[in-house]
Design a protein around this ligand. Structure first.
Ligand SMILES: C[S@@+](CC[C@H](N)C(=O)[O-])C[C@H]1O[C@@H](n2cnc3c(N)ncnc32)[C@H](O)[C@@H]1O
Length: 289
Protein backbone atom coordinates (compact mmCIF):
# COMPACT_ATOMS: atom_id res chain seq x y z
CA UNK A 1 0.00 0.00 0.00
CA UNK A 2 1.27 3.44 -0.90
CA UNK A 3 0.39 6.37 1.28
CA UNK A 4 0.16 9.90 -0.15
CA UNK A 5 -1.50 13.14 0.98
CA UNK A 6 -4.82 13.93 -0.67
CA UNK A 7 -3.40 17.27 -1.79
CA UNK A 8 -0.40 15.70 -3.57
CA UNK A 9 -2.61 13.02 -5.07
CA UNK A 10 -5.03 15.58 -6.54
CA UNK A 11 -2.10 17.52 -7.99
CA UNK A 12 -0.79 14.31 -9.59
CA UNK A 13 -4.27 13.43 -10.92
CA UNK A 14 -4.63 16.87 -12.55
CA UNK A 15 -1.24 16.41 -14.23
CA UNK A 16 -2.28 13.01 -15.65
CA UNK A 17 -5.56 14.38 -16.99
CA UNK A 18 -3.75 17.29 -18.66
CA UNK A 19 -2.15 14.68 -20.96
CA UNK A 20 -5.58 13.80 -22.39
CA UNK A 21 -8.30 11.20 -21.89
CA UNK A 22 -11.54 11.45 -19.99
CA UNK A 23 -12.11 11.93 -16.30
CA UNK A 24 -14.43 8.91 -16.39
CA UNK A 25 -11.70 6.61 -17.79
CA UNK A 26 -9.22 7.91 -15.25
CA UNK A 27 -11.66 7.20 -12.43
CA UNK A 28 -12.08 3.61 -13.70
CA UNK A 29 -8.28 3.19 -13.60
CA UNK A 30 -8.06 4.62 -10.08
CA UNK A 31 -10.91 2.45 -8.86
CA UNK A 32 -9.87 -0.85 -10.47
CA UNK A 33 -6.07 -0.66 -10.22
CA UNK A 34 -5.44 2.04 -7.59
CA UNK A 35 -8.16 0.78 -5.26
CA UNK A 36 -9.64 4.24 -4.68
CA UNK A 37 -13.12 5.04 -5.90
CA UNK A 38 -14.29 8.45 -7.02
CA UNK A 39 -16.76 8.64 -4.14
CA UNK A 40 -13.95 7.83 -1.63
CA UNK A 41 -11.90 10.62 -3.17
CA UNK A 42 -14.76 13.12 -3.01
CA UNK A 43 -15.15 12.41 0.70
CA UNK A 44 -11.43 12.96 1.30
CA UNK A 45 -11.20 16.29 -0.50
CA UNK A 46 -12.41 18.15 2.61
CA UNK A 47 -9.24 17.02 4.43
CA UNK A 48 -6.47 17.69 1.88
CA UNK A 49 -3.67 17.25 4.42
CA UNK A 50 -4.79 13.72 5.32
CA UNK A 51 -3.31 10.69 3.64
CA UNK A 52 -4.98 8.24 1.30
CA UNK A 53 -3.82 4.72 0.46
CA UNK A 54 -3.29 3.24 -2.99
CA UNK A 55 -2.88 -0.41 -4.00
CA UNK A 56 -0.29 0.48 -6.66
CA UNK A 57 2.30 3.25 -6.78
CA UNK A 58 1.89 6.40 -8.87
CA UNK A 59 4.50 5.35 -11.46
CA UNK A 60 2.58 2.17 -12.18
CA UNK A 61 -0.75 4.01 -12.48
CA UNK A 62 0.90 6.62 -14.72
CA UNK A 63 2.34 3.92 -17.00
CA UNK A 64 -1.12 2.35 -17.43
CA UNK A 65 -2.68 5.74 -18.12
CA UNK A 66 -0.05 6.51 -20.77
CA UNK A 67 -0.55 3.08 -22.34
CA UNK A 68 -4.24 3.98 -22.64
CA UNK A 69 -3.52 7.44 -24.08
CA UNK A 70 -0.67 6.71 -26.44
CA UNK A 71 -1.46 3.15 -27.65
CA UNK A 72 -5.26 3.66 -27.62
CA UNK A 73 -5.59 0.61 -25.34
CA UNK A 74 -9.13 0.49 -23.97
CA UNK A 75 -9.05 1.32 -20.27
CA UNK A 76 -11.37 -1.65 -19.59
CA UNK A 77 -8.80 -4.14 -20.98
CA UNK A 78 -5.97 -2.45 -19.05
CA UNK A 79 -7.99 -2.73 -15.85
CA UNK A 80 -9.49 -6.12 -16.74
CA UNK A 81 -12.89 -4.82 -15.66
CA UNK A 82 -15.90 -3.01 -17.04
CA UNK A 83 -19.10 -1.69 -15.49
CA UNK A 84 -22.33 -2.52 -17.33
CA UNK A 85 -25.78 -1.82 -15.91
CA UNK A 86 -25.24 -2.74 -12.24
CA UNK A 87 -22.68 -5.45 -13.03
CA UNK A 88 -18.92 -5.39 -12.56
CA UNK A 89 -17.59 -7.71 -15.27
CA UNK A 90 -14.18 -9.17 -15.97
CA UNK A 91 -13.06 -8.45 -19.54
CA UNK A 92 -9.99 -9.43 -21.53
CA UNK A 93 -9.19 -8.95 -25.20
CA UNK A 94 -11.01 -12.26 -25.85
CA UNK A 95 -14.37 -10.53 -25.37
CA UNK A 96 -16.01 -7.43 -26.74
CA UNK A 97 -16.35 -4.67 -24.14
CA UNK A 98 -20.13 -4.57 -23.64
CA UNK A 99 -21.44 -1.22 -24.87
CA UNK A 100 -23.75 1.15 -22.95
CA UNK A 101 -26.32 1.11 -25.81
CA UNK A 102 -26.61 -2.70 -25.48
CA UNK A 103 -27.90 -2.20 -21.91
CA UNK A 104 -31.26 -1.33 -23.50
CA UNK A 105 -31.76 -4.94 -24.64
CA UNK A 106 -32.44 -5.83 -21.02
CA UNK A 107 -35.04 -3.04 -20.80
CA UNK A 108 -36.72 -4.33 -23.97
CA UNK A 109 -37.00 -7.76 -22.32
CA UNK A 110 -38.41 -6.16 -19.14
CA UNK A 111 -41.06 -4.42 -21.25
CA UNK A 112 -42.09 -7.58 -23.12
CA UNK A 113 -42.14 -9.95 -20.14
CA UNK A 114 -43.71 -7.98 -17.36
CA UNK A 115 -44.79 -10.96 -15.24
CA UNK A 116 -41.66 -11.97 -13.38
CA UNK A 117 -43.33 -15.09 -11.99
CA UNK A 118 -43.80 -16.76 -15.38
CA UNK A 119 -41.11 -19.34 -16.19
CA UNK A 120 -39.30 -18.54 -19.39
CA UNK A 121 -36.62 -20.46 -21.28
CA UNK A 122 -34.23 -18.10 -23.06
CA UNK A 123 -31.01 -18.18 -25.01
CA UNK A 124 -28.41 -15.61 -25.90
CA UNK A 125 -26.41 -16.32 -29.04
CA UNK A 126 -22.89 -14.86 -28.90
CA UNK A 127 -22.73 -13.95 -25.21
CA UNK A 128 -19.15 -12.58 -25.09
CA UNK A 129 -18.57 -11.38 -21.52
CA UNK A 130 -22.01 -12.74 -20.57
CA UNK A 131 -23.39 -9.28 -19.79
CA UNK A 132 -26.91 -9.63 -21.25
CA UNK A 133 -27.54 -13.20 -20.06
CA UNK A 134 -26.21 -12.54 -16.57
CA UNK A 135 -28.36 -9.41 -16.20
CA UNK A 136 -31.45 -11.43 -17.25
CA UNK A 137 -30.63 -14.46 -15.09
CA UNK A 138 -30.24 -12.18 -12.06
CA UNK A 139 -33.38 -10.16 -12.76
CA UNK A 140 -35.50 -13.28 -13.37
CA UNK A 141 -34.39 -16.03 -10.97
CA UNK A 142 -37.21 -18.31 -12.14
CA UNK A 143 -36.11 -18.18 -15.76
CA UNK A 144 -33.64 -20.64 -17.27
CA UNK A 145 -31.14 -19.58 -19.87
CA UNK A 146 -28.41 -20.92 -22.13
CA UNK A 147 -25.72 -18.50 -23.21
CA UNK A 148 -23.70 -19.59 -26.24
CA UNK A 149 -20.59 -18.44 -28.04
CA UNK A 150 -18.31 -19.89 -30.68
CA UNK A 151 -15.26 -18.87 -28.67
CA UNK A 152 -14.28 -21.10 -25.72
CA UNK A 153 -12.19 -18.33 -24.13
CA UNK A 154 -15.12 -15.92 -24.22
CA UNK A 155 -17.41 -18.52 -22.64
CA UNK A 156 -14.90 -19.13 -19.86
CA UNK A 157 -14.94 -15.41 -19.02
CA UNK A 158 -18.76 -15.29 -19.21
CA UNK A 159 -19.04 -18.27 -16.85
CA UNK A 160 -16.61 -16.63 -14.37
CA UNK A 161 -18.61 -13.40 -14.53
CA UNK A 162 -21.79 -15.33 -13.74
CA UNK A 163 -20.21 -17.07 -10.74
CA UNK A 164 -18.82 -13.74 -9.49
CA UNK A 165 -22.17 -11.96 -9.78
CA UNK A 166 -24.55 -14.61 -8.52
CA UNK A 167 -25.20 -17.61 -6.36
CA UNK A 168 -27.91 -18.76 -8.76
CA UNK A 169 -27.77 -21.69 -11.14
CA UNK A 170 -30.31 -20.69 -13.79
CA UNK A 171 -27.80 -19.91 -16.54
CA UNK A 172 -25.74 -22.46 -18.49
CA UNK A 173 -22.98 -21.89 -21.04
CA UNK A 174 -22.54 -23.83 -24.30
CA UNK A 175 -19.99 -23.51 -27.07
CA UNK A 176 -20.82 -23.60 -30.79
CA UNK A 177 -21.91 -21.89 -33.97
CA UNK A 178 -25.12 -19.86 -33.43
CA UNK A 179 -28.04 -22.30 -32.88
CA UNK A 180 -25.92 -25.49 -33.02
CA UNK A 181 -25.49 -25.88 -29.21
CA UNK A 182 -29.31 -25.78 -28.92
CA UNK A 183 -30.10 -28.83 -31.13
CA UNK A 184 -31.86 -30.49 -28.16
CA UNK A 185 -34.12 -27.51 -27.58
CA UNK A 186 -35.90 -27.19 -30.92
CA UNK A 187 -39.28 -25.49 -30.52
CA UNK A 188 -38.70 -24.91 -26.80
CA UNK A 189 -37.41 -21.34 -26.50
CA UNK A 190 -39.61 -18.45 -25.37
CA UNK A 191 -36.95 -15.88 -26.11
CA UNK A 192 -33.72 -15.61 -28.10
CA UNK A 193 -31.46 -12.60 -27.97
CA UNK A 194 -28.38 -11.78 -29.97
CA UNK A 195 -26.00 -8.89 -30.46
CA UNK A 196 -24.10 -10.62 -33.27
CA UNK A 197 -21.12 -9.27 -35.22
CA UNK A 198 -22.75 -6.85 -37.70
CA UNK A 199 -20.07 -4.47 -38.95
CA UNK A 200 -19.70 -4.60 -42.77
CA UNK A 201 -16.20 -5.67 -43.83
CA UNK A 202 -15.27 -2.29 -45.36
CA UNK A 203 -16.51 -0.37 -42.34
CA UNK A 204 -14.41 -2.57 -40.05
CA UNK A 205 -11.24 -1.31 -41.77
CA UNK A 206 -12.18 2.26 -40.81
CA UNK A 207 -13.00 1.60 -37.15
CA UNK A 208 -11.10 3.61 -34.50
CA UNK A 209 -7.78 2.13 -33.37
CA UNK A 210 -9.01 1.37 -29.87
CA UNK A 211 -11.61 -0.97 -31.39
CA UNK A 212 -9.80 -2.40 -34.43
CA UNK A 213 -6.46 -3.02 -32.74
CA UNK A 214 -7.80 -4.47 -29.51
CA UNK A 215 -11.29 -5.94 -29.67
CA UNK A 216 -11.80 -9.45 -31.15
CA UNK A 217 -12.41 -9.36 -34.90
CA UNK A 218 -14.75 -12.34 -34.60
CA UNK A 219 -17.04 -10.24 -32.39
CA UNK A 220 -17.31 -7.42 -34.92
CA UNK A 221 -17.34 -8.39 -38.61
CA UNK A 222 -20.63 -9.49 -40.14
CA UNK A 223 -19.41 -10.34 -43.66
CA UNK A 224 -19.53 -8.10 -46.74
CA UNK A 225 -22.81 -6.31 -45.89
CA UNK A 226 -22.72 -6.87 -42.12
CA UNK A 227 -25.86 -9.03 -42.22
CA UNK A 228 -24.30 -12.47 -42.70
CA UNK A 229 -24.81 -13.60 -39.09
CA UNK A 230 -28.13 -11.81 -38.60
CA UNK A 231 -29.49 -13.60 -41.70
CA UNK A 232 -28.38 -16.99 -40.39
CA UNK A 233 -29.82 -16.37 -36.93
CA UNK A 234 -33.19 -15.25 -38.35
CA UNK A 235 -33.41 -18.08 -40.89
CA UNK A 236 -32.97 -20.78 -38.25
CA UNK A 237 -34.92 -19.07 -35.46
CA UNK A 238 -38.30 -20.65 -36.42
CA UNK A 239 -36.84 -24.10 -35.70
CA UNK A 240 -35.92 -23.21 -32.13
CA UNK A 241 -38.52 -20.71 -30.95
CA UNK A 242 -41.84 -21.76 -29.48
CA UNK A 243 -44.90 -20.43 -31.24
CA UNK A 244 -45.12 -16.73 -30.25
CA UNK A 245 -41.52 -16.85 -29.01
CA UNK A 246 -39.57 -13.59 -29.27
CA UNK A 247 -36.36 -12.81 -31.15
CA UNK A 248 -34.48 -9.66 -30.15
CA UNK A 249 -31.52 -8.55 -32.26
CA UNK A 250 -29.08 -5.70 -32.04
CA UNK A 251 -28.01 -4.34 -35.42
CA UNK A 252 -25.82 -1.62 -36.96
CA UNK A 253 -27.28 1.91 -37.01
CA UNK A 254 -28.56 1.62 -40.61
CA UNK A 255 -29.62 -2.05 -40.74
CA UNK A 256 -32.98 -1.84 -38.92
CA UNK A 257 -35.20 -1.79 -42.03
CA UNK A 258 -33.32 -4.67 -43.69
CA UNK A 259 -33.53 -6.77 -40.52
CA UNK A 260 -37.24 -5.95 -40.26
CA UNK A 261 -37.75 -7.26 -43.82
CA UNK A 262 -35.78 -10.44 -43.05
CA UNK A 263 -38.03 -11.11 -40.05
CA UNK A 264 -41.23 -10.47 -42.02
CA UNK A 265 -40.02 -12.81 -44.79
CA UNK A 266 -39.69 -15.57 -42.17
CA UNK A 267 -43.29 -14.93 -41.01
CA UNK A 268 -42.43 -13.11 -37.78
CA UNK A 269 -45.18 -10.87 -36.41
CA UNK A 270 -45.15 -7.79 -34.12
CA UNK A 271 -41.95 -6.82 -35.93
CA UNK A 272 -40.60 -3.51 -34.68
CA UNK A 273 -37.46 -1.43 -34.87
CA UNK A 274 -36.59 -0.12 -31.39
CA UNK A 275 -34.54 3.06 -31.08
CA UNK A 276 -31.66 3.54 -28.66
CA UNK A 277 -31.28 6.65 -26.50
CA UNK A 278 -29.69 8.54 -29.42
CA UNK A 279 -32.74 7.85 -31.61
CA UNK A 280 -30.93 5.21 -33.69
CA UNK A 281 -32.88 2.10 -34.76
CA UNK A 282 -30.43 -0.15 -32.91
CA UNK A 283 -32.67 -3.17 -32.18
CA UNK A 284 -35.15 -5.17 -34.25
CA UNK A 285 -37.61 -7.45 -32.53
CA UNK A 286 -40.33 -9.86 -33.57
CA UNK A 287 -42.42 -12.90 -32.54
CA UNK A 288 -42.47 -16.14 -34.37
CA UNK A 289 -46.08 -16.15 -35.66
C1 LIG B 1 -20.86 -8.22 -30.84
S1 LIG B 1 -20.26 -9.50 -29.79
C2 LIG B 1 -21.49 -9.45 -28.52
C3 LIG B 1 -21.01 -9.88 -27.18
C4 LIG B 1 -22.02 -9.63 -26.04
N1 LIG B 1 -23.24 -10.36 -26.26
C5 LIG B 1 -22.33 -8.16 -25.90
O1 LIG B 1 -23.43 -7.74 -26.27
O2 LIG B 1 -21.45 -7.42 -25.45
C6 LIG B 1 -20.63 -10.95 -30.72
C7 LIG B 1 -20.31 -12.27 -30.05
O3 LIG B 1 -20.67 -13.31 -30.97
C8 LIG B 1 -19.68 -14.34 -30.95
N2 LIG B 1 -19.72 -15.04 -32.25
C9 LIG B 1 -19.14 -14.67 -33.42
N3 LIG B 1 -19.40 -15.58 -34.37
C10 LIG B 1 -20.17 -16.54 -33.81
C11 LIG B 1 -20.77 -17.74 -34.29
N4 LIG B 1 -20.61 -18.13 -35.55
N5 LIG B 1 -21.49 -18.49 -33.44
C12 LIG B 1 -21.65 -18.11 -32.13
N6 LIG B 1 -21.10 -16.97 -31.62
C13 LIG B 1 -20.37 -16.20 -32.44
C14 LIG B 1 -18.39 -13.61 -30.69
O4 LIG B 1 -17.40 -14.48 -30.16
C15 LIG B 1 -18.84 -12.50 -29.76
O5 LIG B 1 -18.69 -12.90 -28.40
Amino acid sequence: MLSISVKDFLFWKKKQLSKGGSNQSFNVLLDCIGGISNSDLNLMIINPEKNLYLKKNLDYLESKWEEHLFNSSPIQYLCGITFWRDLKLKVTDKVLIPRPETELIVDIVFKIFRKKSKKIFFTELGTGSGAISIALALAFPLWNGIATDIDEDALEIAAKNYINSSKQSNLKFRCGHWWTPLENFKGKLDLAISNPPYIPKDTYEKLPREVKNFEPKIALIGGEDGLKHIREIINKAPLFLKEKGWLILENHFDQGEKVRQLLIKKKFTSVEIVKDLSGIGRFTIGRYK
